[in-house]
Design a protein around this ligand. Structure first.
Ligand code: ADP
Ligand code: MG
Length: 220
C-alpha cells in the first residue's frame, strides 16, 4: 500500500493537535482544511510549551500558528491578560486582532483588546478595565500602559513577538526588552519573522528560554 499521500495529509490535519473539538470545528468552518507548512512545523512544539523562533514568508499563516498556541494556554474564566502579541504597526495589530477573534469565536467570550499609538488612551484604558484576556499592540503604546500601570502582565503566560524583523528595523528593541522584563519569567515566548537578521538571535538570547528554531523554505 502506498501511503505517502495519506501520510502527508494526516500530518497536516489540525485534528492531530491537542485542540478543543470546538476549535477544530471552527477551523473547518473557516475553510482551514489543512495546516500550512509553518503551522505544521510550529504548532506541535508550541502546544508543548516550547519557546520558538519561527521564520516563514508573509502570507504563510503565521498568525494562526501563534494564535492557536496562545488560545490553548488561555483560561477564559480567568479575567486577566494571559497573552500579549507585539506587532510593528497598528495596521498589523488590527489584522492580528481580527484573526485571533476569528480563531477564538468558538470559545466562550474571549476578549481581545488592541493597544496602539495614535489612538486616545482613555478608550484603551476603559477596554482594559472591562477585562481583556489577550492584548495585541505596538511596543511603544504597550510600554506607555505599563508605565501608567493601566496594563498588568502578572498573569501572562504567552508573549508573542510578531514580525520581529520589522520591529527591529523600526528600533523597537529597547521597548521589547522593557515589556519582556515586565512579563513573568516562566512565560512561553513565540517569535515570528519573515527573515532572520542578526538582531533576532540577540533578542532570542535575551528574552527566550532554549528556543527551538523553525524555518520554512520560501518556495513553499
Ligand atoms: P502571515 O502572518 O504569515 O503573513 P497570515 O497569518 O496573515 O500570514 O495568513 C495569511 C492568510 O492565510 C490569512 O487570510 C489567513 O486567514 C489564511 N490562513 C491561515 N492559515 C490557513 C489555513 N490553515 N488554511 C487556509 N487559510 C489559512
Ligand atoms: Mg503576520
Amino acid at each position: 500500500m502506498n501511503t505517502n499521500a495519506a501520510t502527508t495529509a494526516a500530518t497536516s490535519s489540525f485534528d492531530q493537535l491537542a485542540l478543543s473539538p470546538a476549535t477544530i470545528a471552527n477551523l473547518t468552518a473557516l475553510g482551514y482544511t489543512a495546516m500550512t507548512a509553518i503551522q505544521a512545523a510550529a504548532l506541535p512544539p508550541a502546544l508543548l510549551g516550547k519557546d520558538l523562533i519561527a521564520q516563514a514568508k508573509t502570507g504563510s499563516g503565521k498568525t494562526a500558528a501563534f494564535g492557536l498556541a496562545l488560545l490553548a494556554n488561555l483560561n477564559p474564566r480567568r479575567f486577566a491578560v494571559q497573552s500579549l502579541v507585539l506587532c510593528p504597526t497598528r495596521e498589523l495589530a488590527d489584522q492580528v486582532t481580527a484573526e485571533i477573534r476569528r480563531l477564538a469565536r468558538a470559545e466562550e467570550n474571549i476578549k481581545v483588546v488592541t493597544l496602539c499609538g495614535g489612538v486616545a488612551m482613555r478608550g484603551q484604558i476603559a477596554s482594559l478595565e472591562h477585562g481583556a484576556h489577550i492584548v495585541v499592540g505596538t511596543p511603544g503604546r504597550i510600554m506607555d500602559h505599563l508605565e501608567r500601570e493601566t496594563l498588568d502582565l502578572s498573569a501572562l503566560n504567552t508573549l508573542v513577538l510578531d514580525e520581529a524583523d520589522r520591529m527591529l528595523d523600526m528600533g523597537f528593541v529597547d521597548d521589547i526588552a522593557k515589556v519582556a522584563a515586565r512579563c513573568p519569567a516562566n512565560r512561553q515566548t513565540l517569535l515570528f519573522s519573515a527573515t532572520y537578521p542578526e538582531g533576532i538571535a540577540r533578542i532570542a538570547a535575551r528574552f527566550m528560554r532554549d528556543p527551538q528554531r523553525i524555518e520554512v523554505a520560501s518556495q513553499h
